[in-house]
Design a protein around this ligand. Structure first.
Ligand code: SAH
Ligand code: SF4
Length: 344
């Protein structure tokens, strides 16, 4: 039998397998504690389990972990980590401190195949999906790093690192199950945000699958012509399809949707563009995050200046829309998603 990634298994699945080994339920509770609370990543150290049980586990399972490659600290408190995977691939994760939270930004793929014109990860292309273990283990490593620096663990998780989470649907959802389940990290779903470039079918699938976390849509423009150029994913998932998918998602989940909008100088930052955005948001309640563009050498774009940004935001606020302006963090450490890996 092929060995399985133990980090991908739910408590119920692990219980079933271990009962086949002849183990009692409380032993499986102990095993789950070792994995999810004590964060031990080898069976040898699970000292209260019998030697026979540990050997059975060793034969049947492995841990798909990530190793720290580099850690860079920004003057604003952001820490960016590159992780090395078992096959030598490199991915990125970030610890982002804010007033009331410590957010872990984690990756879902090595690279990304969706080729958004402004994104450093997009220029890398797609290498492979991450396993459940590789996704969840980023959180544990970032949590350790956060505890060392801030004396406090991670409070929130965003799937905004490298890759498109909805193209690695099953593993991403299994990782969320591990973060949220009672015997796992027991994190509230409201503390987790999945960001997507807008794969309409899978947004609807999330709703059908009872998704309880937040969803952020990387819209960046509500104009098909501009979006086709910025985000090739728009060709198969145009504004109308995306709008239908979000309306469907909202109908089923009643969760407010976040809209991510990066202002690019001369591209999507006029009042007419703001009006198109406002029209787009009429079908469902949203929170609009205006994100300062993190410029990098792999794309020709520049961020919009303060005057244009203020006018854009003021227009939306006049319509009583909820708007947050998010300034880019970690500029001194190349924190734009994919930038560090692309540099190598
Ligand atoms: N693939 C998913 C999640 C990863 S990207 C998605 O596209 O949503 C996470 C967010 O970072 C997206 O909103 C993306 O548009 C944005 N982004 C990418 N490169 C950026 C940059 N250089 N500056 C600011 N935001 C960027
Ligand atoms: Fe991929 Fe998201 Fe970057 Fe687009 S913005 S290339 S979907 S990671």
């Amino acid at each position: 039998m092929q060995k399985q990634d133990i980090l991908s298994l739910s408590y119920a699945q692990l219980l079933e397998i271990c009962q086949e080994f002849g183990e009692k339920k409380f032993r499986v509770d102990q095993l789950y504690q070792w994995i999810w609370q004590k964060r031990v990543r080898n069976f040898t150290d699970m000292s209260n389990l019998s030697k026979v049980f540990r050997e059975q586990l060793q034969e049947r399972f492995f841990f798909q972990t990530v190793k720290i490659d580099t850690v860079r600290s920004s003057t604003d408190g952001t820490q960016k980590v590159t992780f090395r995977l078992h096959d030598g691939c490199i991915i990125e994760g970030v610890v982002i401190p804010a007033k009331d939270r410590l957010t872990a930004c984690i990756s879902s793929q090595v690279g990304c195949g969706l080729a958004c014109a402004f994104c450093a990860t997009g220029s890398l292309g797609f290498t492979r999906n991450l396993s459940v273990g590789e996704i969840t283990d980023q959180y544990f490593v970032l949590d350790d790093i956060a505890r060392q620096k801030h004396s406090q663990g991670i409070t929130n998780i965003v799937y905004m690192g490298m890759g498109e989470p909805l193209q690695n649907y099953d593993s991403v959802l299994l990782s969320i199950a591990r973060f949220t389940e009672e015997k796992g990290q027991a994190m509230a779903p409201s503390r987790i945000t999945l960001s997507t470039s807008g794969l309409a079918k899978n947004i609807m699938k999330l709703a059908d699958d009872g998704f309880k976390c937040n969803i952020a849509i990387s819209l960046h423009t509500a104009n098909n012509g501009i979006r086709n150029k910025l985000m090739p994913v728009n060709k198969a998932n145009d504004i109308q399809k995306l709008s239908d998918a979000i309306a469907y998602f909202y109908d089923k989940t009643h969760t407010r949707i976040s809209i991510e909008y990066t202002l690019l100088d001369g591209i999507n930052d006029t009042i007419e563009h703001a009006r198109e955005l406002a029209d787009f948001t009429k079908r469902f309640p949203v929170k609009i995050n205006i994100i300062e563009y993190n410029a990098h050498q792999l794309s020709p774009y520049k961020k919009s200046d303060k005057q244009k940004t203020d006018a854009f935001v003021a227009f939306l606020e006049k319509l009583n829309l909820i708007v947050n302006v998010r300034y880019s963090k970690g500029k001194d450490i190349d924190a734009a998603c994919g930038q560090l890996v692309a540099k190598r």
